[in-house]
Design a protein around this ligand. Structure first.
Ligand code: ARG
Length: 455
């Protein structure tokens, strides 16, 4: 008979037990469940709701249970529904009546919220330090390749030359936002729900502040009904993970394009690619492709959780048991991405010659020419038009912008002087973009130094 079986006269149908169990997936919360129970028992004793001796016995037995779970000798069975029931049953089995006191002034409804919050607190810390390590990898790669120039793209068309380092630092910025978003979410997570009972609090004189201190929460939840019904913090964290995955999918797309024969900007290490079972010549960028694919899965997890919570009446409903799998899946997926993506970037080789060549099309410096005219006092729109007609003239006469003599340039741009002819190298184009946040080497070096200090 289950721990809640008092009012029941028949055992649960076997299929129903299988259908309603959650221990197969919520057992990963064991550490947090035990920490929560220990804090709860200590508080119950300090409030004289249970004897001090009982609380001590409960805590040492909980430590034994923890060890047993960790060394694999603890037995899990679907008959005991969830991790909370497993631990409580083991406690009662070992301590009898003393163990049966742990669930005083507590419901699994507030208990499960506590466990998830404690678990997410740890996960956020480890994922954000994984993100930080990834940022470091990118900054180091940027520093090691500070002189590499490549075309920057808009609409996937060559736009203007940029430093490869600048491109990598763009991802460092995205990752910074991902990390700070997660750390911000931590504020909403770090609120103690325990003490809310099933939904309405308890008649017993507990002290929630004591538990808050033991478990190091920032504050205590102010409404017991909200506390047991709320999964906003999980939705929020999942959406943070979804945005992170979206960034990874964009980075993946860059890697996939760059490693294609058409671009040929990079060569991924063999250790991060696989071959085709049919075409012997193939080397595929699988890590990037699968990371892009896994993004779909993280979005799915977010959608599952949002849909789960949609329209649920107050307060706790058993539907909420389904919150864990999408949450765990998204966390596992992001951790897997973080284990393969950074080393893939660290080990990729750059085809610097090819990148520079692609950035050397003088058409990419057309804006530089227009801006030179602005320096000479021409309004930008007029300058844009003049350069446009020069580009057109070049196309019609099969000439290249960087091969023109002054006379030819003056046909469209009467203001031109000798120095106008020297604008067409990607190096000079990049070097002039020393505006704060621009791709000028001075600026990019400064950013690299700033990041190295921060990371
Ligand atoms: N396994 C449940 C969950 O994950 C724990 C709470 C169950 N509460 C209840 N009254 N049946 O949500």
């Amino acid at each position: 008979m289950a721990l809640w079986g008092g009012r029941f006269s028949a055992d649960t149908n076997k299929d129903v037990a299988e259908f309603t169990e959650s221990v197969s997936f919520d057992k990963r919360l064991y550490k947090y469940d035990i920490a929560g129970s220990k804090a709860h028992a200590a508080m119950l004793a300090s409030c004289r709701i249970i004897p001090e001796k009982t609380a001590k016995a409960i805590c040492s037995e909980l430590d034994r249970i923890l060890k047993k779970i960790e060394d694999g000798s603890f037995k899990f069975t679907t008959e005991l529904e969830d991790i909370h029931m497993h631990i409580e049953s083991a406690l009662i089995k070992a301590l009898g009546d003393e163990g049966a006191r742990v669930h005083t002034a507590r419901s699994r409804n507030d208990q499960v919220c506590l466990d998830i919050r404690l678990y997410l607190r740890d996960e956020i810390k480890s994922i954000s330090s994984g993100i930080k390590a990834f940022q470091k990898t990118l900054v180091k790669k940027a520093k090691a390749n500070i002189n590499v120039i490549m075309p920057g793209f808009t609409h996937l068309q060559h736009a203007q030359p940029v430093l490869f380092a600048h491109h990598l630092l763009a991802y460092v910025e995205m990752l910074k936002r991902d990390k700070t978003r997660m750390l911000d979410c931590l504020k909403r997570i770090n609120v103690l729900p325990l003490g809310s009972g099933a939904l309405a609090g308890t008649t017993l004189p507990i002290n929630r502040e004591t538990v808050r201190k033991i478990l190091k929460f920032d504050s205590v939840s102010g409404n017991s009904m909200d506390s047991v019904a709320d999964r906003d913090f999980a939705c929020e964290f999942l959406s943070d993970l979804a945005i992170f995955a979206m960034h990874i999918s964009r980075f993946s797309e860059d890697i996939i394009l760059w490693s294609s024969q058409e671009f040929n900007f990079i060569e991924l290490s063999d250790a991060f690619c696989t071959g085709s079972s049919l075409m012997p010549q193939k080397k595929n960028p699988d890590v990037a492709e699968i990371s892009r694919g896994k993004t779909a899965r993280v979005y799915g997890d977010l959608m599952a959780l949002l849909t789960l919570c949609k329209g649920l009446p107050m307060t706790y409903n058993r539907d909420l048991q389904e919150d864990k799998e999408p949450l765990f899946d998204a966390i596992d997926t992001v951790n897997k991405i973080l284990s393969v993506f950074p080393p893939m970037i660290a080990t990729m080789e750059l085809n610097k010659k090819r990148m520079l060549e692609a950035a050397s099309d003088p058409a990419l410096m057309a804006t530089d020419l227009a801006e030179k005219l602005v320096e000479k006092g021409v309004p930008f729109r007029t300058a844009h038009h003049k350069v446009g007609s020069l580009v057109k003239w070049c196309r019609e006469n099969k000439r290249s912008l960087n091969k023109l003599n002054l006379k030819e340039m003056k046909l469209s741009i009467p203001e031109a002087s000798e120095d106008f002819l020297k604008l067409f190298s990607p190096e000079s184009s990049v070097s002039k973009r020393e505006v704060y946040g621009g791709t000028g080497p001075g600026q990019v070096k400064k950013q690299i130094e700033l990041w190295l200090k921060k990371l």
